[in-house]
Design a protein around this ligand. Structure first.
Ligand code: LMR
Length: 398
């Protein structure tokens, strides 16, 4: 038995954490995984989460179906993504289920896509979060890529992106990052989203938004949902994966939601029952504690306001670190241009460092990042930013 099983290739993100953990050097820095840290490099439990946990501390979690039936979690999360006032929410024209964070939400959608459009493919931006490719592959849905990032300008390749959308067969599925694109930190602006939405309408493409970072791009939860709002305003049916890992710091709780905007309530009911059936056969039902924490925060005006402030604090720190890193590199009279550090947004700085430079940073300086040169700004602090800038300078100077 099992003689034919060979070791799986290492995951490009989690393997960075593994390598970091096995390095005994006191100098080591983990800039791999996108998980928020404070300025001391410590993981953060948000105060709104602490208070919500106290509020629900007497709840019984033994019967998950009963608890899930009572919870308004799905409605609360879609309101956050789609906006309170959108017709979709008022008219109940959406089907959604709780998911195991963003990955679980994407996976449920991919299974759903496979079940009802078995011959379809998913168009994924180039580059994208590496796991997108694995999720759709394991769901037996073919993938293609579309142009997104221009390594020369370190910005958006908008014309090429539009051409790919136009040239894709009508009624294609596209995966879009609505904010804080992972790994590039490069987002279309409002006008560009309008254009993208317009062409999607003409081509009758289906947009699937993976929103893992709502709030983490601009510090404003509403503003970060602008892409989805544009598509809704234009009357699209769409899908959306949401994660509360980054914006509520609920990484280990694995809280997320997948939802699909539907034509009418009848269609929503049918879609929801299919999503529930996929869940049932895979892991029966989601844990209830995390979704209850989220609902408690979203339904309490004080806790929600506190959450919004805490999101802003996280984003302000990421921005401060971007500014400091850029300034420090510029003061070193580095040959390269570093303006994209502060132009890009969200958790990541897509540095353009080559795999060789990334290797050298790891070998000589114990600085860990993904092989594509993505730096998690969450791992950068006031105490290590100088060390990081000097190391980057060292490996990039000519
Ligand atoms: C990342 O891109 O680092 C995060 O989304 C975490 C993960 O699981 O990959």
């Amino acid at each position: 038995w099992w003689d034919h099983v060979l070791p799986a290739p290492k995951d490009p993100i989690t393997s960075v954490t593994e390598a970091f953990l096995s390095d005994p050097s006191p100098l080591k820095l983990n800039l791999g995984v996108g998980a928020y840290r404070d300025d001391k490099g410590e993981p953060v439990t948000l105060e709104c989460v602490r208070r919500a946990a106290e509020k629900i501390s007497g709840c019984q979690f033994l019967e998950s179906t009963k608890a899930a039936a009572k919870s308004k979690f799905v409605e609360d999360s879609v309101k956050l993504a789609y906006g309170n006032d959108f017709n979709v929410v008022r008219e109940g024209r959406f089907a959604g289920v709780p998911a195991l964070s963003g990955t679980g939400a994407c996976r449920l959608f991919a299974q759903f896509q496979r079940r009802f459009y078995p011959d379809s493919r998913m168009f994924i931006p180039m580059p994208s979060w590496s796991n997108h490719h694995d999720i759709w592959r394991d769901s037996q849905v073919c993938t293609s890529t579309y142009h997104y990032y221009d390594p020369d300008t370190k910005g958006l390749q908008f014309q090429a992106l539009m051409n790919d959308i136009k040239n894709a067969p009508d009624c294609s599925f596209f995966l879009l990052h609505p904010c804080a694109h992972n790994p590039t930190g490069v987002d279309p602006n409002y006008e560009q989203w309008k254009e993208v939405s317009h062409i999607f309408k003409i081509k009758n493409h289906f947009p699937f938004f993976d929103m893992a970072y709502q709030g983490i791009a601009s510090g404003d939860l509403e503003r970060d949902a602008i892409a989805i709002r544009v598509f809704l305003e234009d009357g699209h049916l769409l899908g959306c994966a949401q994660s509360f890992s980054k914006n509520m710091g609920l990484y280990g709780h694995r809280v997320g939601c997948v939802s699909i905007v539907s034509r009418d309530e009848k269609q929503a009911t049918a879609i929801k029952s299919q999503l529930q059936q996929i869940v049932r056969a895979m892991y029966s039902s989601s844990p209830v504690h995390g979704p209850l924490l989220v609902s408690t925060i979203l339904n309490d005006a004080d806790l929600k306001a506190l959450w919004e402030e805490e999101v802003k604090v996280m984003v302000d720190r990421l921005i401060r670190m971007r500014i400091t890193l850029r300034r420090t590199l510029e003061e070193l009279n580095s040959f390269a241009s570093w303006e994209h550090i502060t132009k890009q947004v969200g958790m990541f700085y897509f540095s353009g460092l080559s795999p060789k430079e990334v290797d050298r940073l790891q070998r000589d300086f114990h600085i860990y990042m993904t092989n594509d040169g993505r730096i998690s700004m969450a791992g950068v602090t006031s105490s290590n930013v100088d060390y990081l800038a000097n190391a980057i300078h060292e490996v990039t100077k000519v």
